[in-house]
Each structure stands twice: as structure tokens, then as C-alpha cells.
Design a protein around this ligand. Structure first.
Ligand code: HEM
Length: 336
């Protein structure tokens, strides 16, 4: 009897082993030969989707624990922002403001001093105030150009300059951006301190805005030392400069204040504030130069014509004359 069952046991055993081998064979061996060669990247994408933004971390035995992060999916969102979204926001803000200013200049022209210059001038800004203004402004312009190079340099300048010249220029611009951040920050702090007194918003500012600030139309609403528009610029500089500085230093000293996702957020804030800040300052530069006769000399020489002061800062002129401020007759009186 045992002899009869022996071959059956051997056959059943062989079949069982064959079944086990078939079931335990690697998955790849079971795939059809028409397998998609990019399937692995599809799986990686599925893995990233499944992770829903969480990082893939491992353990490392070296002191730098950051090196244990293998994948940080947030980096892909950040790259999309940096390569696409930011360029749209920056392009629209900066080019849009330039276009508006050109249209405004062509339709409105320079705001002239009504009745011409009186020939008598009044001191508007001290030498120290002008020094602080120009240090901050010079740093701002270089920070803006070097910052815009980080955002737009690769698509716009690299094809024009070629890799070697673009590398040299970008390296110089990066050093300028890093080092000029310090005098710029000091400048913003000084701007805040020396002009805070004249920049607290009040009822006259609301009236000033309602009447178009004297630049839209030909009205000249009364204003103190600073009008509503200048106060707006002051707060843009203080708050925009402060935000640029805090977020900029988080990027300049990586991993001291925050981790990688914090730095990505800092860059998003820094770049957005940066491009909007540049657009706002283009408006300021326009009004301080070709947009308004007699405005530049306030920061150039420190004095303005009495008629200019009457037209644009009547409350300030009244205050100054009632306080017996010294009027600098640096210009000749017009002929009687
Ligand atoms: C205290 C002041 C500032 C500091 C410490 C600072 C620092 C930095 C740092 C470290 C970066 C990243 C550079 C890189 O990725 O290699 C950066 C980028 C940038 N900064 Fe500043 N910055 C300051 C002020 C400003 C100002 C005033 C502006 C313009 C108004 C500005 C505009 C930009 C722009 C547009 C970028 C490029 C953003 C990007 O495309 O990623 N920055 N800044």
C-alpha cells in the first residue's frame, strides 16, 4: 500500500514546491514585456501624492541631521513658485508700474509750480536727513537690481551675456545684495526714527487723498510737512524695509533662525515684498524727479521754493513762517 502512495506523495510534493515558487516570484517577473519604462517615476509621483507634502526622512550618523532628509515635496511647490508664479507677479508689478507712469507722464506732464518760482527758498531737509535718504536710496537701488537678477537673470540675461559673463555679473550682484543689506537696514531704522514725528496719519491726509493729492487734476489740498502720499511712501519704506530685512537675514544666515520650509516661506515673503516695494518706489522716484517741478531740490540741496511749498505743503509753510523759520534767499528775487 505504501508503495502505491509513494509516487503520488512525490508528485504532490513537487506540485506544491512549483506552486510556491510561482507565487513567491518577484513582481517584475510577472509583468508583461510591454512595461512602461517611465513607470518608476509614475510610482514616485504616486508616492509623493500619498505623502501629501510630508518629508521623507531617514537616520544619519553624522552630526548634520539635516542630511537625513531625502525628499521634501514642499521644495517642488517652492520651485514652481520661483520659476513661474514669482516671475508673473514681479513682471506685472514692475512693468505695469512703468507703463502707468509713462501713460501718466504723457497725459498729465510735469506738475509745474503755479505762478513760477518766487526766487525765495526755505529749508526743507537738513544735511543729515538728506544723507540718510541717499544712503538708503542708493542701497535700495542696488538691492533691487541685484534681487531682480536672482528672479529674472537666468531667463533674460543668461542668453544675452553667455554663461561666463552672466556668472561674473551674478556673483558681483550677489555680494552686493548680501553686503549692502547692512547699510540699507541701518538706513531704514534711521528713516523710521527721524521722520516718524511727521508721518502719523491725520484728518488732513484723508482730505488730501479725497482731492486726488494735487497730482490728479489741478487741486492743491493743504498738507503739513508730509502729505498723505508721502506718508504712504514712508510706511511702505518702514514696513517693506523691515520685512525685507527680517526675511532677508533668515535667508542670509541659513538654518540659524528656521528650517528649510521656514526659509522657503521667508523667500516667498521676501520676493513678493521686494517686487511690490520696487514698483512703489518707481512711483516715488517719478514724483520726486520728472513728475513734479521743484521737488528734487528738496532732497538735492535741502531747500524748496516758497511757491512750491505754498502749493504742495501749505500747512507746513504756515507753521514754519509762524515759527519764524529762516528763509534762505539763495536765489535772486525776480525783477519787480
Ligand atoms: C536687509 C535687507 C536685505 C537682505 C538681508 C536681503 C537678502 C536676500 C537674500 C539672502 C536673498 C536670496 C538670494 C539667493 O537666493 O541667492 C535675496 C533675494 C532677493 N531680494 Fe533681498 N535682501 C534685502 C533687501 C532687499 C530689498 C530692499 C529688495 C528690493 C526692494 C530685495 C529684493 C530681493 C529679490 C527680488 C530677491 C530675489 C528673490 C528670488 O527670486 O528668489 N531684497 N535677498
Amino acid at each position: 500500500m505504501a508503495k502505491i502512495f509513494a509516487p503520488i506523495r512525490i508528485i504532490a510534493g513537487a506540485l506544491a514546491i512549483a506552486f510556491l515558487i510561482a507565487v513567491a516570484a518577484p513582481a517584475s517577473a510577472q509583468q508583461p514585456s510591454s512595461v512602461n519604462p517611465s513607470a518608476s517615476s509614475v510610482k514616485e509621483q504616486q508616492l509623493l501624492n500619498a505623502l501629501r507634502g510630508s518629508t521623507i526622512d531617514g537616520r544619519v550618523s553624522i552630526p548634520d541631521q539635516k542630511s537625513g532628509t531625502l525628499i521634501q515635496p514642499g521644495g517642488r511647490d517652492w520651485r514652481q513658485w520661483h520659476e513661474v508664479t514669482l516671475r508673473w507677479i514681479g513682471g506685472i508689478a514692475v512693468l505695469g508700474m512703468l507703463a502707468l507712469l509713462v501713460i501718466f507722464y504723457l497725459s498729465r506732464g510735469m506738475v509745474k509750480i503755479e505762478g513760477g518760482r518766487s526766487g525765495r527758498t526755505i529749508v526743507r531737509f537738513s544735511a543729515f536727513e538728506r544723507f540718510v535718504h541717499w544712503i538708503t536710496a542708493t542701497c535700495f537701488i542696488i538691492l533691487s537690481i541685484s534681487g531682480l537678477n536672482i528672479t529674472f537673470g537666468k531667463p533674460l540675461l543668461l542668453p544675452l551675456l553667455g554663461p561666463e559673463a552672466f556668472t561674473t555679473w551674478s556673483e558681483m550682484a550677489k555680494y552686493a545684495h548680501n553686503f549692502l543689506s547692512f547699510p540699507f537696514t541701518i538706513g531704514v531704522v534711521l528713516v523710521f526714527l527721524i521722520w516718524i514725528g511727521g508721518n502719523i496719519p491725520n484728518a488732513a491726509d484723508i482730505e488730501w487723498f479725497k482731492r486726488g493729492g494735487g497730482i490728479v487734476g489741478n487741486d492743491h489740498p493743504p498738507a503739513g510737512h508730509f502729505n498723505g502720499g508721502q506718508k504712504l511712501i514712508y510706511w511702505i519704506v518702514v514696513l517693506g524695509g523691515g520685512t525685507s530685512a527680517v526675511t532677508g537675514y533668515l535667508l542670509l544666515f541659513p538654518f540659524y533662525g528656521t528650517g528649510i520650509s521656514g526659509m522657503q516661506l521667508a523667500e516667498v515673503v521676501h520676493a513678493t515684498v521686494g517686487v511690490l516695494f520696487i514698483a512703489a518706489m518707481l512711483g516715488h522716484i517719478y514724483i520726486g524727479s520728472i513728475g513734479m517741478e521743484g521737488a528734487f531740490e528738496a532732497m538735492g540741496e535741502g531747500t524748496v521754493d516758497i511757491n512750491w511749498a505754498k502749493q504742495h505743503h501749505s500747512l507746513w509753510l504756515k507753521d514754519e513762517t509762524s515759527r519764524g523759520s529762516k528763509t534762505a534767499s539763495t536765489r535772486t528775487q525776480p525783477a519787480e
